[in-house]
Design a protein around this ligand. Structure first.
Ligand code: SF4
Ligand code: SF4
Length: 261
């Protein structure tokens, strides 16, 4: 979960102290008494890149993945819906990807699962002009990983969990989410309005967006490097980035893409 921080006051929510360079102890493995306890009854928000990784892992289209595994929720953003993973309909409400030996989609697990037991926050108004990131330790009494001896710095944890690229993609999404939180961009439309539906498709349903791009020859309408255009045609992540640029152009008129004359 991301928190937008007020850089002027540098105030973090009560009880949250950024870890910075301090050392923390943690280990998660099949031998801990709480193994997989954290994969139940979750409010697990999925970001656009999480959806791409999971649907490709499962060999599903983004629409099939959304229909089978997710629900739409009103999250922190008052103007745009969030996507959550639906827990299984069993007594323990387990994550649908929890197997007998742990996570069955481990290499493509969502960013929140990778980051845990930390939480990441990004301050995009930091004084240096560059976004600043902060990590905080979560505190769930059931998690016994904190009692293990293995020591980490945040940097080591980020590398170990292969979070760098997830963070980059999530930061692009956070920028879009901030734009979507401005009611002015929707021009009075509700959730079923064409601008909202378009933004939902680009953000969460990349395969449907690919069809839209093809049907409307969208890539031919803008000046794009040959190599970028080629990549967009075959790669979901490149298409998502193009989609974000396109949404910025049509929703905010930021000159993120140059139209061909
Ligand atoms: S609760 Fe903590 S230690 Fe236990 S499985 Fe989950 S992350 Fe690992
Ligand atoms: S995706 Fe994997 S790690 Fe994340 S909650 Fe589900 S089973 Fe656990």
């Amino acid at each position: 979960m991301k928190h937008n921080l007020d850089s002027q006051k540098k105030q973090f929510p009560a009880g949250m102290v950024p870890l910075e360079k301090s050392i923390f102890k943690f280990a998660c493995h099949a031998g801990v008494s709480c193994f997989t306890r954290c994969c139940r009854q979750l409010e697990l928000y999925l970001y656009p890149y999480d959806i791409i990784r999971l649907k490709n892992r499962l060999g599903l289209s983004s629409e099939e993945f959304l229909n089978k595994y997710t629900g739409v929720r009103q999250g922190i953003n008052p103007c745009f819906p969030s996507i959550v993973m639906l827990m299984s309909d069993n007594e323990e409400k387990t994550c649908p990807f929890l197997g007998d030996e742990g996570c069955t989609v481990y290499a493509d697990r969502p960013s929140a699962c990778r980051t845990y037991p930390l939480e990441r926050a990004v301050d995009r108004d930091s004084p240096g002009g560059r976004p600043a990131e902060f990590y905080f330790m979560t505190d769930h009494s059931y998690c016994k990983g904190h009692e293990e001896a293995r020591e980490w710095t945040v940097k080591e944890w980020v590398r170990d969990q292969q979070l760098q690229y997830y963070n980059q993609m999530d930061d692009l999404w956070a920028e879009m989410d901030t734009i979507f939180a401005d009611s002015a961009v929707w021009q009075g439309e509700g959730a079923a309005g064409p601008r909202q539906l378009m933004a939902f498709m680009v953000s969460y349903n990349v395969d449907r967006f690919r069809q839209y791009v093809d049907d409307n020859k969208l890539l031919d309408q803008y000046k794009l490097d040959k190599s970028r255009k080629k990549l967009i045609m075959i790669d979901d992540e490149a298409l998502l980035k193009f989609g974000f640029d396109w949404l910025k152009l049509i929703l905010t008129s930021k000159p993120t893409l140059q139209a061909k004359r």
